[in-house]
Design a protein around this ligand. Sequence first.
Ligand code: SAH
Ligand code: SF4
Length: 398
Amino acid sequence: MTTSAPITQDLVTIPRKLPEGPLNLVGLTRTAMQAALVDAGTPERQAKMRCGQIWQWIYHRGVRDFAQMTNLSKDYRALLAERFVIALPEVVSKQVSADGTRKYLMRIAGGHEVETVYIPETDRGTLCISSQVGCTLTCSFCHTGTQRLVRNLTAGEIVGQIMVARDDLGEWVKPGEAMGERPRLLSNVVLMGMGEPLYNFDNVRDAMKITMDGEGIALSRRRITLSTSGVVPEIARTAEEIGCLLAVSFHATTDEVRDGLVPINKKWNIETLLGALRDYPKLSNSERITFEYVMLKGVNDSDADARRLVQLIRGIPAKINLIPFNEWPGAPYERSDWDRIESFADIVYKAGYASPIRTPRGEDIMAACGQLKSATERARKSRKEIAAETGTGAQGPV
Ligand code: SAH
Ligand code: SF4
């Protein structure tokens, strides 16, 4: 879906490839970094403090060169430079939509590519990040779903997307400035890019811990939303181990229709999913769950669907986010008509739920929800190969 709106495109190639040897500090949990520092010769009693100092240089100030870490001794800086690197994904291209949305194509180790989208709004800016290259799931309306899973992103590659966007927005804390002095351009993070975050649980958790940490990216957990297609066994863990807000790709009100749209429903059906969701807010002490609902013409958009939807979720603190379907080349669906979407929203609203209709952003650069897909199609690898490559135990549906 292209408009005639102007598109600016520029190419930024930053030589920040991950070297083979030294360890990348980006994405290491506090525990892992402290252990690495001790291993490199840092006295154990200093490791905690050094870790905090280095985190602030990396995640508050965007420093990439140990020599600039001026509150550390010269010798210690030299030691760090010998043993470690601060490496980020490489930006291959950036596109800016007529509405200000920015889409970045980033290259990660192995030459794989992922997309990240920045969506500016009047009072905030949301970064939509990816958790996998491709997706194991095959939701029939999703462009990413037509791409095979290549591999899980590492925690460094997940938090690295936020750092690359902050580079581009020029948003690092400047010398003499304190953290939080300026309003944040990048104020919210949504795990709604490529991939199913709950099939890369450990890396997503570690990256979000850094994102939420006061000495890390320092965003409150209420500003982070993880969207899942419904990986039921990991939902309670998300509440307990991450504690961010949860969105669920619901999209249908009967198992028959949901089986065809979100195939993971065949494994964990609507009833099972709702059971897991009922406990989520209690476990994470979080606010409402967002039910995402893509509006597909003649498939899931009837008044009866709207009524069934509010009945199904009764008792769950929820808001319902209606997403007009974003088309992509060869997509087998059409977007519901506007008056249909409004009529659906009205029923939901009258039942007492907030029912915002998500405005498609960045459509002219194919940056809207569900349009992401890296240009290079890769062959599916076995789960064993993926796990071996990332060293993290990639999971997936059976
Ligand atoms: N894998 C996760 C997160 C990524 S998708 C998940 O499925 O929840 C983010 C949201 O966009 C999901 O609700 C997804 O179902 C929706 N989506 C996917 N393709 C879309 C499309 N073509 N148009 C509108 N929404 C889409
Ligand atoms: Fe994967 Fe989410 Fe797309 Fe489904 S909607 S194929 S889970 S990225």
